[in-house]
Design a protein. Structure first.
Length: 156
């Protein structure tokens, strides 16, 4: 009986996943279908932020898919559709934003951080090597005599 209760509970929890909306669109030709698929995979869902609008089940993603389908039907180019989305939602909506004055840090920031980190490591290594080379390796005669005297005292 307990197994049946667990199975029923699991089925109820998983039933939410089964209600995902599936969009069906009519296209004039296969090229238009391919353009639609490419555009929906290129654009990020504004709500989900980590999914493209092709894979997202968010209501705004469904609206964006309908909008892209409408614009394709009107004969808009891919560049016009992407620009419309960027104008409406900002550069964030693109997985690969264009390189411009607002996005240069996004493109080159990781490389700058890596170079900066390597530079800091190099400075630390050079300073430590200089500190080691400046320290005397051998004891002077007076220091050796004092050390021998201290060791003789402690060994008694």
């Amino acid at each position: 009986m307990r197994r049946w209760c667990y199975a029923l509970l699991l089925g109820l929890c998983l039933s939410k996943l089964a209600h995902a909306a599936i969009d069906t669109y009519e296209f004039a030709d296969e090229a238009q279908r391919t353009r639609f698929r490419d555009l929906t995979q290129e654009l990020r869902c504004p709500k989900c932020q980590n999914q493209d609008i092709a894979d997202s089940n968010a209501p705004i993603a469904a609206d964006l898919r309908r909008e892209i389908h409408r614009m394709l039907g009107e004969g808009k180019t891919d560049a016009e559709i992407v620009q419309y989305m960027v104008d409406r939602y900002g550069d964030f909506v693109r997985y690969k934003p264009a390189l411009n004055s607002r996005t240069w840090l996004l493109w080159f920031g990781p490389a700058l951080l890596l170079v900066g980190g390597l530079g800091i490591i190099a400075i630390i290594v050079v300073r430590r090597r200089k500190a080691r080379s400046g320290a005397p390796d051998a004891l002077s005669a007076e220091e050796r005599e004092r050390l021998d005297h201290l060791l003789d005292k402690t060994s008694r």
